[in-house]
Write a protein that binds this ligand. Structure first.
Ligand code: ASP
Length: 331
């Protein structure tokens, strides 16, 4: 049945076509192909998303909850010392301290977050404990550490010998220079839709290598690094956190999906918005990377980034676990 709203929209469109055919068609942009997955489905950022998706899939394939899947998934790179931008093995700040950021969000809009957390290998699980066991949504620094210890998390040295060496080398020039697509920063953001049709997301990182002590990026900030609305979809971000925060990036992507955009088109518009604001401030786009991934309630997914080199992993029953190169702005 055609609703009144659809009818009114259609009539307006028909009128526009009659009056302005050339203008209308001149503006047509090529359709953005749609990634269509099957439920359950999980998506995560970067190459390390493949192993992370595998762990998440173990939960999802048995009918488990998306929240449990995303926590289990991102714990994989968090615990892996070879991954130098997340959790244990993450690169330190300019004072030689490994400080971690993470957040988590479920289908009920429960949220938990930690920022600038030291000595704890799995900040995502501390974020979940903040969500489930405190009246708050975010704990930072020493307060986050004290809370983690009170919950039984172990205090560990997270600074690898290798990282210490790199940091000492860095001190010689002390030049802060995040490099696009090189892993002196990266984040695992993961979003999932479970068999019951519920969405959740998790996001965790050690942030920018050699950042100022106390610097917090987008990753632990709900709405910036991650956002989930169980009626609409979920999105998460990686890249230069300052730019993502400036646009409340992941929330923006979800809101754009609410307005009817496909996941990829929503990610693209959020990247376009960031580009505009970078240009407005007369900064160069060249060394900035931003990547968004998004998933809607129907299992459709997509991504978009600022420059080439960003990829993301998708796992569903039909096509298995695969790494996909994201489309990008700077061609
Ligand atoms: N978004 C992270 C941050 O700004 C880093 C990254 O994903 O590359 O801390």
């Amino acid at each position: 049945m055609t609703s009144r709203r659809t009818f009114v929209r259609f009539s307006a469109l028909a009128a526009a076509i009659t009056i302005l055919p050339d203008k209308l068609f001149a503006k047509t942009v090529p359709a953005i192909p749609l990634g269509k997955g099957t439920k359950p489905i999980v998506l995560s950022t970067w190459r390390f998303g493949i192993e992370a998706n595998q762990a998440a899939w173990e939960v999802l394939k048995n009918g488990g909850r998306a929240l449990d899947a995303v926590e289990a998934g991102v714990r994989v790179p968090e615990g892996d010392p070879k991954e130098r931008s997340v959790g244990y093995g993450g690169r330190p700040d300019r004072d030689g301290r490994v400080t971690l950021d993470a957040c988590i969000m479920d289908e009920f809009a429960n949220i938990g977050s930690v920022a600038c957390l030291e000595y704890i290998k799995h900040p995502i699980s501390v974020a979940r404990a903040v969500m489930e066991k405190t009246p708050h949504v975010m704990l930072v620094g020493d307060g986050a550490l004290q809370f983690a210890l009170s919950q039984g998390f172990q205090k560990e040295n997270l600074l690898l010998e290798e990282s210490e060496k790199e940091w000492k080398e860095w001190l010689k020039t002390s030049k802060y220079q995040p490099i696009a697509n090189i892993e002196n920063h990266d984040t695992i953001g993961m979003i999932a839709l479970d068999a019951n049709g519920n969405l959740s997301g998790a996001c965790t990182t050690s942030g920018m290598a050699f950042k100022m002590h106390g610097r917090v990026g987008d990753s632990p900030i709900i709405g910036a690094g991650l956002y989930v609305d169980n009626e609409i979809g979920a999105a998460t971000a990686t890249g230069h956190g300052e730019e993502v925060i400036r646009t409340a990036g992941s929330h923006l992507v979800v809101e754009l999906m609410r307005q009817g955009k496909s996941p990829k088109a929503a990610c693209k518009e959020a990247v376009d918005r960031i580009v505009k604001l970078v240009e407005r401030r007369e900064k160069s786009l060249k060394d900035i990377q931003i990547g968004f991934i998004a998933l809607n309630k129907a299992g459709e997914y997509g991504a978009y980034c600022l420059q080439s080199g960003f990829n993301y992993a998708v796992y569903d029953q039909n096509e298995g676990n695969r790494l996909i190169d994201s489309d990008y702005f700077l061609k």
